[in-house]
Design a protein. Structure first.
Length: 79
């Protein structure tokens, strides 16, 4: 069963479009949307396990120029 997470992202002023385009290129990203509210971008990521989710966030998303802060929310199965 795959692990899934919602990544809430704050971007620097004027960097939203570049951040979204960079995130779209990452393997494991299911969706990426610009949003209103306290966060600028919400991304859904899926991977084989939680360690792989962590690798995507720390090694692929965090280094993107223009990202100032992220919050990772792991999805829980509630069936």
């Amino acid at each position: 069963m795959a692990a899934k997470a919602f990544i809430l992202i704050e971007t620097a002023v004027g960097k939203n479009k570049q951040v979204v385009e960079s995130i779209r290129q990452i393997k494991g990203v299911i969706s990426v949307d610009s949003v209103t509210g306290p966060y600028d971008v919400i991304t859904v990521v899926e991977a084989l396990n939680l360690n792989d989710i962590g690798d995507i966030v720390t090694r692929k998303i965090h280094p993107i120029p223009g990202i100032s802060r992220t919050v990772t929310c792991l999805a829980l199965k509630t069936d």
